[in-house]
Ligand binder design. Structure first.
Ligand SMILES: NC(=O)c1ccc[n+]([C@@H]2O[C@H](COP(=O)([O-])OP(=O)(O)OC[C@H]3O[C@@H](n4cnc5c(N)ncnc54)[C@H](O)[C@@H]3O)[C@@H](O)[C@H]2O)c1
Length: 241
């Protein structure tokens, strides 16, 4: 397997968000060129912004073209684009919301993996990190109801394992990173629940975005060269209770 350079480029879907920007800034500090793929956030300071709606396959393919026109690659990938339904009972979920949450979190992640993965397979080397969640396979969050988000993240973790098995022999590692609670815009509408979430966390607090960025950078890097199909849980012990 070809050794990957720690200075090579990386594309981050959802790169304009709370976790995405922290990862982008961290990787830039380490000397990597970062492409921020997002449907909004053109004014973000960190990374080279590339407009991309992961719900639209043409948009994903266009973003890959844009990035590879700028750099010959191989270009690693972090998938952080994600949305959550806002505390809706499963029996009341409108069909379009079900499709949107599954579409961004799962299908959008698959689209980005397939589009960037094909290029990495051509190069015979690469590293992909999928930002999943403890909500996938480890906990059902409380008290908010988010059945589709949880299911979508279980699918994302399963996708990381499946791609790892298919692509590992061809030099491409794929891992999942499952955070617990992080204080980002994703959670801003549920501020009244934050105290309970902190109380349920063994370490008694949210993760900083930097703590998630550190873990993502590890999985992406050569230091994790024997990790593939791994789910790295960074949840302050929340899932232990
Ligand atoms: N914040 C948490 O507590 C937490 C916990 C576990 C996992 N996560 C996961 O981390 C990832 C990042 O979340 P965050 O907390 O930074 O949230 P965030 O809302 O700050 O960022 C999400 C980003 O995704 C982008 N996005 C949404 N739909 C998109 C689309 N169709 N195409 C392209 N980009 C799109 C948004 O514009 C935003 O910039 C998500 O996958 C989320 O599920 C977050």
């Amino acid at each position: 397997m070809t050794e990957q350079s720690s200075s090579r480029c990386v594309a981050i879907t959802g790169g304009a968000g709370g976790i995405g920007q922290a990862i982008a800034a961290h990787l830039e500090r380490l000397g990597r060129r970062v492409y921020v793929l997002d449907r909004e956030g053109a004014q973000t300071r960190t990374g080279v912004f590339v407009p991309c709606d992961v719900l639209d396959r043409d948009s994903v393919d266009a973003a890959v073209e844009t990035v590879y026109q700028d750099d010959p690659g191989p270009i690693d990938l972090i998938c952080a684009a994600g949305i959550v339904e806002d505390d809706v009972a499963a029996e009341d979920l409108p069909e379009d919301l079900v499709h949107r949450v599954m579409g961004v979190n799962f299908h959008g992640t698959f689209s980005a993996c397939q589009a960037f993965g094909r290029r990495l397979l051509d190069h015979g080397t690469g590293s992909i990190v999928l930002i999943s969640s403890m909500s996938g396979n480890l906990v059902v969050n409380y008290p908010q109801r988010q059945s589709i988000y949880n299911s979508s993240k279980a699918a994302v973790t399963a996708l990381a394992k499946s791609l790892a098995v298919e692509w590992g022999p061809r030099g491409v590692r794929v891992n999942a990173l499952s955070p617990g609670y992080v204080d980002t815009p994703l959670n801003s509408l549920k501020a009244h629940m934050h105290e309970g979430w902190r109380a349920g966390t063994v370490l008694g607090r949210f993760a900083s975005t930097q703590e998630i960025a550190d873990a993502a950078e590890f999985l992406l890097s050569d230091r994790a060269s024997y990790c593939t199909g791994t789910e790295l849980v960074v949840d302050g012990g929340y899932s232990l209770r």
